[in-house]
Design a protein around this ligand. Structure first.
Ligand code: DGY
Length: 320
């Protein structure tokens, strides 16, 4: 009998990740790659010492209570942990880890793509050319909003927020941010700190969300906060759908309060928002911020590093 630990990999991770995992662990891999139900997670948990899930597997309190005592660690393949009830897991003595750092570049890249695409009307332009409907040109045609030199507000100046700010400096943007804690002067690189949204929102021609979804941030971009943005602002969300009240965002788009939005994360995933889909000034992607080959490998390896440390009796670097 193998003395390797038994590991449940709940989604089809990158080839390199699966290759490495199978060297060190007795793996059950969900090659079908369909999300696993809460019921199945609970029922099969007695077969595993560890589970390596993605944000698509939901570990809320009711499931956590049903997990078999054999499960010692949930090593997430995600930086976000809003799919997990961390307190409930800790109360059961289950270690929980995530994969920060390694996806910051890729996620900031998507946020920048959303910002440029929304500002320069990429969806409308692409559709015109693609559908053969482009039969007119004028200096008044498809005029968008310039990113270079504009003011960018960032909510959540963690790792992704800081990479976003760095990229924005390359576009000569004036960076403003709100964060629970002010960064050091060195780390700010000239960005202007706001201790509240009251002062950040009115100077955000572009507003990019980079904070986690927590009890404090869920529904943060509601009617009241959206109304504090400059008229014609552009909202970018590459963090979590639940940060936005989607009805309020839709109203702000329809009224022109927001001239456009770039959205990679939705309240309903997979699927998105069918009302957003009717607005050609909302540039949308299907939650692919970290979806590059390099980053998927790095996320998988980071999750495995955390598992290896745990089973070697060390403290995993990303323990929550
Ligand atoms: C994350 O890591 O949280 C991304 O949203 C992908 O799961």
């Amino acid at each position: 009998m193998s003395n390797k630990k038994s590991l449940w990999i709940t989604r089809r991770l990158s080839e390199k990740t699966l290759e490495r995992a199978q060297i060190d662990y007795d793996c059950v891999i969900n090659f079908d790659d369909q999300p696993i139900s809460q019921q199945e997670l609970a029922e099969r948990s007695s077969e595993f010492d560890a589970i390596l899930p993605c944000h698509s597997e939901i570990f809320k309190d009711d499931l956590v209570r049903e997990l078999h005592p054999r499960v010692k660690i949930i090593a997430n393949h995600s930086v976000g942990t809003d799919h997990c009830d961390i307190n409930a897991l800790k109360a059961r003595g289950i270690t929980i880890t995530n994969t920060p750092d390694v996806l910051s570049d890729a996620t900031a890249e998507i946020a920048f793509l959303l910002m440029l695409g929304a500002a320069r009307r990429a969806i409308e332009g692409d559709a015109l050319v693609r559908n053969g409907d482009w039969d007119f040109w004028s200096p008044n045609f498809m005029v968008g909003k310039q990113v270079s030199g504009a003011r960018l507000g960032i909510i959540g100046m963690g790792r992704v927020g800081q990479v976003m700010a760095k990229r924005a400096r390359g576009f000569d943007m004036e960076v403003h941010y709100f964060n629970r804690k002010r960064l050091t002067k060195d780390a700010e690189h000239g960005a202007v700190y706001h201790s509240s949204l009251e002062t950040l929102l009115p100077v955000s021609d572009f507003l990019s969300l980079h904070c986690p979804a927590t009890a404090e941030t869920i529904g943060l971009m509601n009617t009241e906060n959206l109304s504090k943005l400059p008229d014609g602002a552009i909202l970018i969300n590459s963090a979590r759908g639940s940060l936005c009240d989607e009805n309020a965002v839709l109203e702000a788009i329809k009224s022109g309060k927001l001239s456009a939005a770039g959205i990679d994360c939705f309240v309903n995933e997979p699927g998105g928002n069918s009302e957003f889909a009717k607005q050609n000034n909302i540039f949308m992607l299907p939650h692919i911020g970290s979806a590059t080959t390099k980053t998927r490998d790095a996320m998988g390896f980071r999750a495995l590093d955390n598992l290896d440390a745990f089973f070697d009796g060390k403290l995993p670097q990303d323990i929550l």
